[in-house]
Design a protein around this ligand. Structure first.
Ligand code: NDP
Length: 448
């Protein structure tokens, strides 16, 4: 959607000038601003209070050196980041990403998105994100621990249970969170819920591991139901094979769909009989191997090198759950041509602006990431509540709360899209609903 409002265009130009070389951040800001025009027209008070200028500027950006030693005694240096984007409605909250592609612009785009996502969850959490260009692939447990301890040796002074509560993201699961939590506790000498995604023996929440993928399917189910359809009997593509993808595949299958493809950063598998998820869990979660191994156990399945090819498989529903910009305009057109009717995003910003335009102009149901994948951070919020209460809730209790939250997120997106004259445009609905709550809080707290 193109921006026409002169004030928003000027704000975008100033943001571009101030943040050179950060295309993902500018892409995320452009997407949000492109949907805020009707709000700005009604709410001059928010413009006068400088809310938007402050929203696109992180409150704090921390960059630090992370030295560590590999198993051969060789020293290495990576770069660590924590961007504390917005604390208007609660302590900063957002994951840590370990991937060689990580840079400041990527962490800023994720922190910016997180601000709106956390607002949509209805829980009191601000937006933040962190990470490092460290590549966990092929590293031993000892090297991962060594890196995580070094990372936390700087990060500890910037976070806290009421200040900033990191979690997992790409390359960070329970193992990495455990090493970081242990180091924080050792330095600070306090046991507090300073990280979420912890192991179940030390304050982690049941259903946190499953939450983003399950939540994605709960949101998508609401969207399908509101539009007179369902998962039942549908053919589904799920990209990625990490935390989000695995549990999206599980829940979509439970809802009666057939998932026929999954991927990793090397290639994708196609199994016309439906993905054998136990086999994927064994390969990816237990053995930490490549997805290509799948065809060794399933002779009927195919493996293809390259990530984009997955979007050429005919499907009814696409659930991108790997990484940003994984569906470009060309892939979106192929999806549409092959009959895809729904795209719902597990990954953060997996669709390029051209892809989103293609979905909207062809009448697809489009579940935007900041709403559809908010179940992970929502359950992290529930983990924080359990830690503060010194209680643990059962799996079913957490799952029920997650369902309720995803339902209310869909309702908020749907209602905002209707109220602001864009019915069915859930991207606009998510941006507007997320924005209004944060903007009101920022205005009420004065020019800080
Ligand atoms: P994982 O590290 O568990 O899995 C990531 C998956 O995506 C892996 O299969 C990985 O393949 C693949 N992948 C990563 N980078 C690329 C790339 N450049 N090209 C192609 N494939 C790639 O991460 P998560 O499942 O936790 O995260 C996936 C997405 O979901 C991210 O966008 C994340 O920000 C988002 N998200 C995660 C949440 C969570 O709770 N974990 C919450 C909300 C959003 P390989 O193994 O080869 O690297």
């Amino acid at each position: 959607m193109a921006i026409k409002n002169a004030y928003l265009l000027d704000l975008l130009a100033r943001t571009e000038k101030r943040n050179p070389g950060e295309p993902e951040f500018i892409q995320a800001v452009t997407e949000v601003l492109s949907t805020l025009e009707p709000v700005i027209e009604k709410r001059q008070d928010l413009v006068d209070a400088g809310v938007l200028e402050r929203l696109v500027e992180p409150e704090r950006q921390i960059i630090f050196r992370v030295p560590w030693i590999d198993d051969n005694g060789k020293p290495h240096v990576n770069r660590g980041f924590r961007v504390q984007f917005n604390s208007a409605i609660g302590p900063y909250k957002g994951g840590i990403r370990l991937h060689p592609s990580v840079n400041l612009g990527i962490i800023k785009f994720l922190g910016f998105e997180q601000t709106f996502k956390n607002s949509l969850t209805t829980l009191p959490m601000g937006g933040g994100k962190g990470g490092s260009d460290f590549d966990p692939k092929g590293k031993s447990d000892n090297e991962i621990m060594n890196f995580c301890q070094s990372f936390m040796t700087e990060l500890y002074r910037h976070i806290g249970a009421d200040v900033d509560v990191p979690a997992g993201d790409i390359g960070v699961g329970a193992r990495e969170v455990g090493y970081m939590f242990g180091q924080y506790k050792r330095i600070r000498d306090e046991w507090v819920g300073v990280l979420t995604g912890k192991g179940l023996t030390y304050g982690g929440s049941l259903a946190r591991k499953e939450a983003t993928g399950f939540g994605l399917c709960y949101f998508t189910k609401e969207m399908l139901t509101a539009n007179g359809t369902s998962f039942e009997g549908k053919t589904v593509l799920v990209s990625g094979s990490g935390h989000v993808a695995i549990y999206a595949c599980q829940k979509a299958t439970e809802f009666g769909a057939k998932v026929v493809a999954m991927s990793d950063s090397n290639g994708y598998i196609y199994d016309k009989n439906g993905i054998d998820l136990d086999c994927i869990k064994q390969i990816k979660e237990v053995e930490r191997k490549r997805i290509s191994e799948y065809v060794k156990y399933h002779a009927d399945a195919e493996y293809h090198e390259g990530c984009k090819g997955i979007w050429t498989i005919p499907c009814d529903i696409a659930l991108p759950c790997a990484t940003q910009n994984e569906i470009d305009g060309e892939s979106a057109k192929i999806l549409v041509k092959n009959g895809c009717k729904v795209v719902s995003e597990g990954a953060n910003m997996p669709s390029t602006p051209e892809a989103i335009d293609t979905y909207l102009s062809n009448g697809l149901l489009y579940g935007p990431a900041k709403a559809a994948n908010a179940g992970g951070v929502a359950t992290s919020g529930l983990e924080m509540s359990q830690n503060s209460l010194r209680l643990s809730w059962s799996f079913d209790e957490v799952d029920e709360r997650l369902k309720g939250i995803m339902k209310s997120i869909f309702k908020a997106c749907d209602e905002a899209s209707k109220e602001y004259g864009m019915p069915g445009n859930y991207m606009a609905g998510a941006n507007i609903a997320g924005f209004i709550k944060v903007a009101e809080a920022m205005k009420a707290q004065g020019n800080v």
